[in-house]
Design a protein around this ligand. Structure first.
Ligand code: NAD
Length: 442
């Protein structure tokens, strides 16, 4: 008989995981405390943007293989496996991860389960969390219950979430005892048959793999951006530098793009939570470099604001600025800790007349910053602009050529915050164009 699976937390991770589990043939119920989200998902409507996911969601809501609820009682003894994909945001009072949602999900489950079940954490958590949760489960579980625990960190990328879930580049399982591994081998049978590497390890290693991967990626981005600060001062071409470095197979070209820096719901909070956790362990010196990685990253935003002011000859106040892109990356509507949105807000706070356009992110940005002005399309955003800022590399923006803008802007000035435009072409058309890592005399 096919496994029954619950997925707790139906955000970017959970909704994707739930729909993909249904696609793999399992009976799935997604659980969330957000009743509006559950109502939308139950109608087959995805409340966020993720390519390919709306089709999968509708297919399996229609087939009856995928349902959603706010009620833990419906899933506690129904599912064989409970995946936990709730949020682990940065705490309001510091850099550590806020584990309230994970703790609450485990408590809600443990207090209801009477039979045998496997709880599998997918959320990104500080090392030591699974072992602590194991203790809570042992204390709170009903005497008739038999609850196994595993940690199976998720590596999906927003924008590629469905493909990454269906065909992960590796699977990591932190577990004690063979039950969890055997069940998860059944869940991931298709990927394993396709020879996806499987790493079965202990709780601590599984938790650390995820934060180590994010720490590495964040470091790689800040590494190249630290060189961008050098070329911005002395000259040199940051893209050529990255290309030349990337040919070294020990280094690789990916994540070496100078730009406005990293953001989103993972990298920034994960490197902060890692520092907070190692400090708790008395090891703050070990990860000191991550504070630098964070600082270099945040300096990129300030750099763009200063550059804008300098290109406007110190007349930022009242200048019409078109901001193209507010999501932290293309093909997502996620504006959590987005450098693009932060730059738009900083310019607005400095007195500029900012008009923002993002193909999918306007609504989420407007929820956070209702005072910013939002355009319905690109022509509206750039009309009469004194300066255009390209901050998220959506395909629509990467494809821009000078002729698209020159009759509508007030001044031919553009900052390429992602180094995606052909600079020479814009200069030939009479534009002042400045990219990241490019020397621009103040
Ligand atoms: P999200 O905010 O989109 O979704 C979290 C969901 O959990 C929300 O819908 C929220 O209502 C729900 N929730 C909170 N408490 C709950 C509870 N007690 N019971 C049921 N539902 C509850 O967050 P996300 O981006 O999906 O991230 C979730 C986790 O996955 C985080 O730990 C994140 O670091 C990790 N992760 C995210 C990604 C990504 O690309 N978004 C990738 C890998 C790992």
């Amino acid at each position: 008989m096919s496994l029954k699976i619950s997925v707790i937390g139906t955000g970017y991770l959970g909704a994707t995981h739930a729909a993909c589990m249904a696609e793999l043939g399992f009976d799935v119920i997604g659980v969330d405390i957000d009743a509006a989200k559950v109502a939308a998902l139950s109608r087959g409507n995805l409340p966020f943007h993720e390519p390919g996911l709306p089709e999968l969601l509708r297919k399996h809501v229609d087939s009856g293989r995928l349902r959603f609820t706010t009620d833990y009682a419906e899933i506690a003894d129904w599912a064989d496996i409970h995946f936990i994909g709730v949020g682990t945001p940065q705490r309001a009072d510091g850099h550590g991860a806020d584990l309230r949602f994970v703790d609450s999900a485990v408590h809600e489950l443990t207090s209801r389960i009477r039979g045998s079940a496997l709880i599998v954490g997918k959320s990104t958590v500080p090392v030591g969390t699974a072992r602590r949760l194991r203790g809570i489960i042992d204390t709170e579980a009903h005497s008739e219950a038999n609850i196994a625990l595993a940690w199976n960190p998720e590596f999906l990328r927003e924008g590629f979430a469905v493909a990454d879930t269906m065909r992960p580049d590796r699977l990591v399982i932190g577990a004690e005892g063979g039950t969890a591994e055997a069940l998860l081998r059944e869940v991931y049978a298709v990927a394993l048959a396709a020879e996806t590497p499987l790493i079965v390890t202990d709780f601590e290693t599984a938790e650390l793999v995820k934060v180590a991967a994010n720490a590495f990626l964040a470091t790689k981005i800040s590494f190249i951006n630290s060189f961008a600060e050098v070329t911005e001062t002395i000259g040199g071409d940051i893209t050529t530098l990255a290309d030349a470095l990337g040919h070294d197979i020990r280094i690789g070209r990916k994540f070496l793009n100078a730009g406005v820096g990293f953001g989103g719901g993972c990298l920034p909070k994960d490197i902060r939570a890692l520092q907070a956790r190692v400090s708790e362990l008395g090891l703050s010196h070990t990860m000191g470099y991550l504070a630098e990685v964070d600082e270099i990253n945040l300096r990129r935003r300030e750099r763009v604001v200063r550059l804008a002011n300098s290109m406007l000859s110190d007349k930022l106040v009242g200048a019409r600025i078109a901001v193209l892109g507010v999501t932290f990356k293309p093909d997502s509507d996620d504006v959590r800790d987005s450098p693009a949105l932060d730059i738009a807000v900083r310019l607005f706070n400095a007195g500029a007349d900012v008009l923002v356009y993002d193909p999918k992110g306007n609504n989420n940005a407007a929820e956070r910053f209702p005072r910013l002005h939002y355009a319905n399309d690109l022509p509206e955003a750039v009309a009469q602009a004194d300066l255009v800022l390209l901050l998220t590399e959506w395909a629509e923006f990467k494809a821009l050529v000078p002729a698209d803008l020159e009759d509508v802007v007030a001044e031919r000035r553009i900052i390429d915050g992602r180094n995606v435009l052909a600079r020479g072409q814009w200069e030939d058309a009479g534009w002042e164009i400045v990219g990241m890592g490019q020397h621009h005399p103040p």
